[in-house]
Design a protein around this ligand. Structure first.
Ligand code: SF4
Length: 446
């Protein structure tokens, strides 16, 4: 049987803090529920987001039900699961590719053919049309993107459908449609000057009053929304380029679901904070006056990542006090004050490159998901690397891809059965592809 101690294999990489790694203890994990098995969901699911939920997570309407998997996968030891996965992968050969996100737990990453961020993995899915099945060890929106970019014949499998993304769930299609209708009502379809004259771009085409931009961390339905409303998708690597693209086509941007990535990126581009109102989907006009929306440059959806919003300026001050000269690198999903206080901010790729490029002997305090930080520390023994947050708080939904689920979906494939396939409806995929293709075609200003 898998014990609680072996289930929670995460250890704080903060120097001198290793003793505090047990769940439910002061300075340990952010949620005692992280020690629960991922299949032990309370039924009905009424509170939190299930076992391992991050603080502040809420249950989204229509949250996927936990599937029952055969008892033998639940009872197997870590070693037994590891052997089952290896054997099934060997049997399947190149009929299957396994994708592992940077934030995934080590027991899963050990079996991944490719490791990367959501977009890098989606590109890998596109680059392997020979594989009949793509087992995506990430979260739901990532599997959807892989399905959109892969061929019709390929099956994209999410080992546990309850592995969603709490940030992506903060912007549902209905709320964004309502927001859009209100914005068009107040601002009209086209950009205008103070005299009401319609503004045009360099080709004489009318500029839009608002261009929708969705972060990759969103449902396929919202990517499709952007596709049909002249909008675009962005990642944390290309958000500035994408905002430039959008400003060339419209007077304002509606950015969802992550307010922090939107604010941090637009602020770095010189957009004043007063021109970045927050849109609260539970209030009329998002809680804004028509004048504030008229003056806006970037309208920010009220979304955030439960993992990245845990990082604070106080943690940075503590890291600098304890490790004078350390380099603080954070993800742009962190709050603005944290990004401002850090030495640099950027995507997972930026963080990895910053560490890889440094002279040996550096100390890095990193503000991103702890699985990735711990892996970086293991890969770079020449540096001292630790997570800014001394409390263990992994991406709890990603954490639901327990090896038991991976073993189950792979053995089902061996038996000729596809389970937990993620399929985006063709009409949604077609519109979402438009927004994704716009992103791929957007190039940084020379
Ligand atoms: S780290 Fe945050 S944004 Fe990324 S998948 Fe997890 S909840 Fe979503």
């Amino acid at each position: 049987m898998t014990s609680v101690a072996t289930r929670l294999t995460l250890l704080s990489s903060r120097p001198g803090d290793r003793a505090a790694a047990q769940p439910g203890t002061s300075g340990g994990s952010c949620s005692a529920a992280l020690a629960e098995q991922p299949w032990d969901f309370p039924a009905p699911l009424t509170e939190g987001y299930g076992p391992g939920a991050s603080q502040h997570d809420v249950v989204p309407p229509g949250s996927p039900a936990q599937p029952a998997i055969p008892q033998r996968y639940r009872d197997a030891s870590p070693g037994e699961l590891d052997a089952m996965i290896s054997t099934a992968k060997q049997t399947l050969g190149n009929r299957v590719v396994v994708m592992g996100h940077f934030y995934q737990r080590d027991e899963i990453v050990a079996h991944a053919d490719f490791i990367g961020d959501s977009f890098q993995l989606a590109q890998q899915a596109k680059a392997h049309p020979e594989a009949e099945a793509i087992v995506f060890c990430g979260v739901h929106f990532m599997a959807e993107t892989a399905d959109i970019l892969s061929t019709e014949q390929q099956a994209v499998i999410l080992p546990n459908p309850a592995a969603g993304c709490s940030m992506a769930d903060m912007a549902d299609e209905d709320s964004v449609e309502e927001c859009w209708a209100e914005l068009v009502d107040v601002l009209g379809p086209h950009a205008t000057d103070e005299h009401g004259t319609v503004l045009t771009d360099e080709r004489g085409e009318p500029l839009a009053s608002v261009v929708p931009v969705t972060y990759m961390n969103s449902s396929a339905a919202l990517k499709a929304f952007c596709g049909r409303h002249g909008g675009i998708v962005c990642t944390s690597s290309n958000a500035a380029t994408v905002l430039e693209w959008a400003f060339a086509r419209g007077q304002r941007v509606l950015f969802f679901p992550d307010q922090h990535l939107g604010r941090n990126t637009a602020k770095a581009m010189g957009v004043p904070l007063e021109q970045m109102p927050l849109w609260n989907p539970n209030r009329p006009l998002g809680g804004n006056s028509p004048a504030a929306l008229d003056d806006a440059r970037v309208i920010l959806w009220h979304g955030f990542c439960s993992v990245h919003r845990r990082f604070t300026v106080a943690q940075i001050e503590q890291a600098r006090a304890e490790h004078p000269g350390c380099t603080v690198v954070v993800h742009p999903e962190c709050p603005m004050e944290v990004v401002d206080a850090a030495d640099s901010a950027g995507s997972t790729d930026h963080i990895r490159k910053a560490v890889a490029a440094a002279e040996p002997g550096q100390t890095f305090a990193i503000g991103t998901e702890i699985n990735m930080v711990n892996r970086l520390a293991a890969e770079h023994p020449e540096h001292t690397i630790f997570c800014l947050d001394p409390v263990i708080c992994p991406c709890s939904t990603m954490y639901r891809i327990h090896p038991g689920y991976l073993a189950w979906v792979l053995e089902e494939l061996v038996a000729g059965r596809v389970v937990n396939r993620v399929s985006v409806a063709p009409e949604v995929a077609a519109e979402a592809s438009v927004a994704l293709e716009r992103m791929l075609a957007a190039v940084p200003r020379a």
